[in-house]
Design a protein around this ligand. Structure first.
Ligand SMILES: [Mg+2]
Length: 258
């Protein structure tokens, strides 16, 4: 793995699932410690397709001082929302919500696509399957709260059905973006909402040029949900899992202390 120097950069931007935690799982103690060390030295932005509630669920291990927290920025739902900490409290800076009509149109398209390909939910689901997140509508095959082992079993047996459902939805919604991130999800957003858009939002709202950012993700390959950041020209580091991310962070902490 090639680790570029962090010197001259102003912010590290991370994908969440598969990069700093296993999919929809909590951050471990070692990652939390590395994060606080980084936050003493520079800013961190996290960008994910998931909602803000994912931050609360996955960052419990991260105990920051107010000063460290002031350098941590969260861009959920692929950068269509931005949260930052103000006096120790999280505040939403903006949200690019879709209209109620757009969201209904997407939910109707899922109903129709189920019929078109004769798709049925698994017998046991954990929470909502098609969830309206305001800025996007997200399908999770086993439900939004399904444990990772359940999702991985679904993927192993039925991933082709997820892809077929995404194709069916895509045909019904030519004016929307339909993506298949994570293990069992389908995300539908307005067109042009991807992690490249998220990088542009970070630049716009934090006033940090793309040239002063570095992006770390586990899906930078062609077709991966991190791949769109490449069009912004941001420097990237491709990792295969959170363990590799720790190796990168240790190197960068050493660079910053050098
Ligand atoms: Mg990922």
């Amino acid at each position: 793995m090639d680790i570029p120097s962090i010197i001259g950069k102003k912010i590290m931007v991370f994908d969440l699932d598969g990069t700093i935690t296993p999919s929809k799982s909590p951050m471990d103690a070692e990652m939390a410690e590395l994060f606080t060390k980084i936050l003493d030295r520079m800013s961190i932005a996290v960008i994910t397709g998931g909602g803000f509630e994912r931050f609360e669920a996955q960052f419990q291990a991260l105990h920051c001082t107010p000063e460290q927290r002031s350098r941590l920025y969260f861009f959920p739902t692929t950068g269509t929302r931005f949260y930052r900490s103000n006096d120790g409290k999280w505040v939403q800076v903006y949200a690019d919500e879709m209209t109620a009509e757009e969201r209904q149109k997407i939910k109707d398209a899922f109903d129709q696509a189920y019929k078109d390909i004769d798709y049925h939910d698994p017998e046991t689901v954990y929470g909502e399957v098609v969830e309206d997140r305001g800025t996007q509508v997200t399908f999770s095959a086993c439900g939004q709260e399904a444990p990772l082992d359940v999702k991985e079993a679904f993927k192993a047996a039925h991933n082709s059905r997820r892809l077929a459902l995404a194709d069916a939805v895509r045909k019904l919604l030519p004016d929307f973006e339909v993506k298949v991130p994570g293990v069992t999800s389908i995300d539908v957003t307005r067109k042009g909402i991807d992690k490249g858009y998220g990088i542009e939002k970070i630049e716009e709202h934090l006033g940090i040029p793309v040239s002063a950012m570095v992006f770390v993700g586990d899906a930078l390959y062609e077709g991966g949900n991190d791949h769109p950041v490449i069009r912004t020209g941001v420097e990237t580091v491709s990792v295969k899992d959170p363990e590799e991310t720790k190796v990168v962070l240790k190197q960068w902490i050493a660079d910053l202390d050098g």
